[in-house]
Ligand binder design. Structure first.
Ligand code: C2E
Ligand code: MG
Ligand code: MG
Length: 720
């Protein structure tokens, strides 16, 4: 600027002689008084003063390449006096500039008017320092002069070197990083890719450079990638996301991509750096952990935790949109038997197959979960009506009633299903599960292979059962149980020939609880084993008392539950009780139900044979209510059939019942069974039975079940 204006300025003072001015310029200005525009000489001094204050070294070089003027900074930076410097030429202070070189620069200056070069200057002590020199040429009074502005760039060079080192360092990091690194421009095209990225994606950097994520390589969601890049460019904020893509061999890779904005001089995001870390293994193990935490390993169905989660989600959705949803609990009937008799691999196979069949019964957005054991739960969102649930449940019952092929054998299982409905039964997830569970329990109670909807009344009865069960656990110890005896009479002559021992429970608050209410609870809870043993002992003690030398034979019938055959050593127990009470085997009869005989897998037949060989007689109780045909019974060692009282009640009024009873009597006698008629309440019934050859009768007509002391007062013959 000043160098450009200088000739102009000088042109405004044509009166001043050139030599004088030159001297003045070269002369040292040590006096500066004028602060306002004064004489030309004063003005010249002012300019010199300013030149000396400049931070750059200024050299005025004449056509003979000698210094014509040097400012204070030039002297200071080289540590020479002005006089010394004015006696020098540029090559004296610049080791890189020979006289020839200086002339070349001069020639360049002539051609272009100005030139900027980086070179070195030498101080008095010989030390060198880097400088940037900007030279300009101008004509002064017919002579070409060169003014050089020289700036010490030691600090700048140091910074540049530092920057270059840093750049080298970054490059080395990027080039050797196992992470993939790419730099993207605003157009989403790559400006840089590191070797790791090039190698993993395409084998060469060229295939990636200049390309967008949509173009190469194959990303699962390139659009998302580009949207994320655009967002970083717009917001200036970094972001992170996971991306699946195919490497050059076609393997799926999962990368954690970190996008970082790189700002330009204007403060805008100039480029975005994308660093990708390979988390394929991590992602796989995360999937595995998730699988383990939320899925059942055997059936691959959602587990309880995931089911609960989905149920809560469904409730939230359903409440928002006013929809219905259903929860089902499903339990396989007799799963334990399969597991116990065919082994665990067969049990596992059964569960897997069950899972598959259930899955086929529901819609894609329903959830079938395995809660544990043989317990499944089904979640059915967005229902049109509660009736849909009944239809799905029927479908499931059908699906599971088809035979399963396990271990080469056909196995039949069934299931029990309980259903609860959102929102009518409850709006709470836990309640819905609990209610479906209690409905399922009741489905089991009412004969299995069926479904039941939850209803409050059902729950109340389930709760009642629970309370009874907990009381029953203590009933024996508290001596609340008692045995009553009902007389059995020979129809021919009315002689008392035996009794049936019937259990009674005197509940401290509820009073007398009938066996129909608590025997099934005792069976389900397993308490029947302990209670049954007590009954056996009591009845055998009574039978011992009522039999003996000189007394007519009195047979006491004892009811046994299926559960007693399945648990413990029943035969051993009976033998032990007989021995300890002194009761003879022929003084008792064991009553079992037909259903016990249907379980082919069990060892019932062997046990019955053992009783028979001991001399104990066996009776089939409630005959006619079960499924068995008379011919089927012949395979078992049975002595007595007890015709269920539902048939006896009708013999006088319904010809159908009468015919049935006659038929049973005929066939039973052909097979050699003795027949007991249960529930005989009238003389008419007794007469009918007598007329058709029924041997024994039991019923209110002869006597209700009564406590032992009362029973012992009965006469030897009861005519009703
Ligand atoms: P069950 O073995 O068929 O016993 C006969 C049932 O018929 C008894 O009911 C008896 O009171 C009732 N009964 C007898 N005669 C008549 C009659 O003329 N009219 C009417 N309406 N009923 C009559 P209970 O004592 O209530 O026993 C019910 C069931 O409980 C028994 O049926 C038996 O299956 C079971 N039970 C009773 N005691 C025991 C026991 O110690 N162990 C086991 N496992 N079950 C038992
Ligand atoms: Mg009985
Ligand atoms: Mg009976």
């Amino acid at each position: 600027m000043f160098s450009e204006r200088y000739p102009e300025e000088s042109a405004t003072a044509p009166t001043q002689p050139a030599r004088e001015k030159q001297d003045a310029v070269a002369g040292r200005s040590n006096e500066m008084g004028a602060s306002r525009r004064g004489t030309p000489e004063q003005e010249l001094h002012l300019k010199e003063f300013i030149l000396d204050k400049a931070r750059e070294a200024i050299y005025l070089i004449g056509p003979d390449l000698r210094f014509v003027y040097v400012n204070d900074e030039a002297c200071r930076s080289l540590d020479y006096s002005r006089e010394e410097l004015l006696a020098m030429t540029p090559p004296d202070i610049d080791p890189d500039v020979t006289r020839e070189h200086a002339q070349q620069i001069h020639a360049q200056l002539l051609a272009r008017g100005s030139v900027t070069i980086n070179t070195r200057h030498r101080r008095r002590d010989g030390s060198l320092f880097p400088v940037e020199m900007q030279g300009s040429l101008f004509e002064y009074q017919g002579q070409m002069m060169n003014v050089a502005f020289v700036r010490d760039i030691t600090e700048r060079k140091r910074l540049e070197d530092q920057l270059a080192a840093r750049e080298r360092e970054f490059r080395s990091l990027a080039e050797n990083s196992p992470d993939t690194i790419a730099r993207y421009g605003r157009d989403c095209r790559r400006r840089y890719v590191n070797p790791a990225y090039a190698a993993q994606a395409e084998g060469s950097a060229d295939a990636l450079l200049g390309k967008t994520p949509s173009e190469r390589p194959v990303y699962a969601d390139a659009q998302r990638y580009e949207a994320a890049l655009a967002k970083v460019f717009a917001s200036g904020k970094g972001t992170e996301f996971e991306l699946k893509w195919a490497d050059r061999q076609g393997w799926e890779v999962c990368s954690l991509i970190r996008l970082t904005p790189e700002f330009g001089a204007t403060g805008d995001v100039a480029t975005v750096l994308a660093v990708g870390r390979d988390i394929t293994e991590l992602s796989a193990s995360r999937v595995k952990i998730h699988q383990m935490a939320f899925y059942d390993a055997l059936t691959l169905l959602p587990n309880r935790a995931l089911f609960g989660d989905r149920l809560r989600q469904t409730i939230t959705e359903a409440s928002r949109h006013g929809q219905l949803a259903g929860v089902m609990m499903l339990d396989l009937d007799h799963f334990k038997t399969v597991n116990d008799t065919m082994g665990h691999p067969a049990g596992d196979e059964l569960l897997r197959e069950t899972a598959a069949r259930l899955g086929a019964c529901v819609r894609a957005y329903d959830t079938v979960a395995r809660l544990g054991g043989d317990e499944f739960a089904i979640l059915l969102p967005e229902l049109r009506s509660g009736d849909d649930l009944g239809r799905v449940a029927t479908k499931m019952l059908d699906a599971l009633s088809r035979p399963f092929l396990l271990d080469g054998k056909q196995v039949f299982v069934s299931c029990s299903i309980g259903i609860a409905l959102y929102p009518s039964d409850s709006t709470e997830a836990d309640d819905l599960l609990k209610f479906a569970d209690s409905a399922m329990y009741l489905a089991k109670q009412s004969g299995r292979n069926r479904f039941r909807f939850y209803s409050r009344a059902l729950t109340e009865s389930a709760n009642e059962r629970l309370m009874l069960e907990s009381d029953l656990r203590q009933a024996l110890a508290r001596k609340e149980l008692a045995l009553h005896y009902q007389p059995k009479v020979r129809l021919r002559d009315g002689v008392l020939i035996g009794s049936e021992a019937l259990l009674r429970w005197k509940h401290p608050q509820r009073g007398m609880v009938p066996p129909d209410k608590f025997i099934s609870i005792a069976e389900d809870s397993g308490l029947i084993v302990e209670i049954g043993e007590w009954v056996l002992r009591q009845a055998c003690e009574a039978a011992f008392a009522w039999n003996g030398i000189g007394k007519p034979l009195h047979k006491t019938a004892i009811n046994l539950s299926a559960r007693q055959f399945q648990t413990g050593n029943l035969v051993g127990l009976v033998r032990e009780v007989l021995e300890s009470t002194g009761c003879y085997p022929e003084w008792i009869e064991l009553e079992i139900t037909e259903s016990l005989l249907l379980d082919e897998a069990s060892e019932v037949l062997g046990m019955l044979k053992a009783f028979r060989s001991m001399g104990i007689s066996i009776a089939i109780d409630d005959f006619g209510t079960g499924y068995s045909a008379l011919s089927y019974l012949s395979r078992f060692p049975i002595d007595t059939l007890k015709i269920d009282r539902s048939f006896i009640g009708g013999i006088a009024t319904s010809s159908q019942s009468a015919e049935l009873v006659k038929a049973i009597l005929t066939i039973a006698h052909c097979l050699g069974y003795q027949v007991v008629a249960e529930g005989v309440e009238t003389e008419k019934q007794a007469a009918f039975l007598r007329a058709h050859g029924c041997e024994i009768a039991q019923g209110y007509f002869y006597g209700k079940p009564m406590p032992r002391p009362e029973f012992e007062c009965l006469p030897l013959s009861i005519s009703g």
